[in-house]
Design a protein around this ligand. Sequence first.
Ligand SMILES: CC(C)(COP(=O)(O)OP(=O)(O)OC[C@H]1O[C@@H](n2cnc3c(N)ncnc32)[C@H](O)[C@@H]1OP(=O)(O)O)[C@@H](O)C(=O)NCCC(=O)NCCS
Length: 187
Amino acid sequence: MRLNRQRLPRLCTDRLHVRLLEPHETDLMVRFRVENRAHLEQWEPLRQPVFFTEGFWQVQLRLTLRDFREGTSACFVVLSPNEDEVLGVCNYSNIVRGTFQSCQLGYALAEKHQSKGIMFEALSLTNAYMFQELGLHRIMAGYLPHNERSGGLLNRLGFEKEGLARKYLKINGRWEDHLLTALINDA
Ligand SMILES: CC(C)(COP(=O)(O)OP(=O)(O)OC[C@H]1O[C@@H](n2cnc3c(N)ncnc32)[C@H](O)[C@@H]1OP(=O)(O)O)[C@@H](O)C(=O)NCCC(=O)NCCS
């Protein structure tokens, strides 16, 4: 499949826009990360103080664009319709081609925007994009067994449980067991 990765995707519904951020938009990401620092701490890797700074995100957003163009990741940001607020992130990383055609998904939603169906709506768009536009076959997502919100969301999106991986990811400084799930492109 030949892709024009110079043209970045923009996926829209009435209440959200999903796209990659440009390096000049670091302030939006820093605000999201600072406001949701405590909310996300228990579900994510340990973050160093630099993670909450403009300097970090200026570099990170540049790398994100480069990796998208090289086809190794697609780190989407969920924005409000007027694009002045980050509602959440949907990160598809470790894109592998060849006989695998797969990637790994991670996501996070702002605390104040939970319980509105926003992440379900965003991931419905981005999963379809990964299958239809990028031609992937499998999207994998793991979650902590006690993260019921995340498990429910993956289940509603059609992800199927594949097993339990012992001490799979280092979350908030500790190696944690994860339930592994996958969404298969049956097309
Ligand atoms: C996991 C996470 C993204 C789930 O967010 P969420 O808002 O519960 O997810 P959804 O977008 O599927 O929304 C579902 C909720 O919206 C409600 N809802 C309202 N309108 C809706 C609509 N139009 N469509 C679907 N659901 C709707 C549902 O009833 C459900 O409500 P509930 O919270 O009372 O059960 C969020 O809790 C989060 O970011 N957590 C911290 C980070 C994290 O866990 N990341 C994943 C690591 S594996």
